[in-house]
Design a protein around this ligand. Sequence first.
Ligand SMILES: NC(=O)c1ccc[n+]([C@@H]2O[C@H](COP(=O)([O-])OP(=O)(O)OC[C@H]3O[C@@H](n4cnc5c(N)ncnc54)[C@H](O)[C@@H]3O)[C@@H](O)[C@H]2O)c1
Length: 445
Amino acid sequence: MNAGRKYLNTDDLAGKVFVTAGLGGMSGAQAKAAKIAGCVGVIAEISEKALKKRHDQGWLEIYSTNLDEIVGLIKEARSERKAISIGYLGNVVDLWEKLALEEENLVELGSDQTSCHNPFLGGYYPVGITFDEANQMMTNKPNEFKELVRESLRRQIAAIDKLAKRGMYFWDYGNAFLVECQRAGVEMLKENAKDDKDFRYPSYFQDIMGDIFSMGFGPFRWVCTSGTPEDLKESDKIACQVINKLLKGDMPEWVKQQYVDNRKWIVEADEHKLVVGTQARILYSDQAGRTAIALAFNEAVRNKRITAPIVISRDHHDVSGTDSPFRETANITDGSAFTADMAVQNAIGDAMRGATWISLHNGGGVGWGDVINGGFGMVLDGDLETDRRARSMLSWDVSNGVARRSWSGNDKAKEAIIRTQKTVSGLEVTVPYQVDQELLQNFFN
Ligand SMILES: NC(=O)c1ccc[n+]([C@@H]2O[C@H](COP(=O)([O-])OP(=O)(O)OC[C@H]3O[C@@H](n4cnc5c(N)ncnc54)[C@H](O)[C@@H]3O)[C@@H](O)[C@H]2O)c1
């Protein structure tokens, strides 16, 4: 939806086509997301098992191994403005090349969610060989396999370039696709690139989500340990009541917009049937929202409105938990994006303030060596002492990253941390004063 707003200047994606790849662990949500957003989602998946799982689950509505049939389905759905998810069981390179050969431009939006952060060990399947052949070759003939992967990426980006020239908007989904194309030898930087990650296609994070982490908003989540859908529904209701209450308070328009968008999401979440196993939910929220929701959950566990403890957590892709110059901290432009201390400080601070467990690990998202992630889990058992721990830890877990982004000069972060200090007692953060660039230049001259 945001991609439509950003690139096509519309909230109405009816009749617009989004092409991508991957129906795996995370990427599987693309089929459902396309349907919710109201567009024609076309997703290539090389693994029959992965594709069938999403089809059986109902997220992927229809699929074929025949590219002519896929093109026919796209044309029909486009003209009928039908929201539908269409799977192509095959290699995404074949799909892009087929679409690039079509006379008519059939694609408005494009991306890729293969596991390019791990391209040579099963994350990316090269075109021209079968899924089983690839699985054998990556261990039996790793060097030849690597070359096939690189050749495949070169072909994929060439077809994407062709469609982009005809008006398609393409973006990186945070899976290291652009970096791997670059490593495969393709010129991926802009003509006047300011650094070695200034790619000629945008990353969804900076371009679509904007500086959301500076605002302190990120994917807060919770799990109902009873495992019952009833508890999850009740928790949705509680979260919605908390947002309604927060919205009555005084807040800048940009915070209000976030709460309103996220209230819509939580109100509709249950009817979209997104839960496939654990009774869990993700909701974007800021420090004030996360704390208020956690306290309301703990109270609900205490008075048995919820039947068993709730575990709160968040994604690594968040305000404070990850140092990753190719994604989460890519918009920190004071030169400190290449340090890896925020995630470490965050995990240790969370541990000291009462997390039930923490994690600190490399890899994840953009891949090993390019990222450090810190995470936590906290069990809300209804205890009054848990209220204190939740308040203290969530304040650190969000404000740590907002403060760091404020120090690096991100405007929204400065505004957010000044605002948070007014409501959280004991939070004292030094606020940076920006030097007038002209004055600085004159000084050096
Ligand atoms: N943007 C985000 O917020 C975000 C969130 C989660 C994951 N990711 C990234 O997205 C990527 C995918 O995550 P995942 O959990 O779905 O991984 P996954 O490995 O479970 O799924 C990827 C799927 O791509 C398929 N695939 C690989 N090469 C293909 C090809 N050439 N043609 C067709 N299908 C192909 C695989 O068979 C697999 O099912 C990862 O790199 C991950 O780090 C980004």
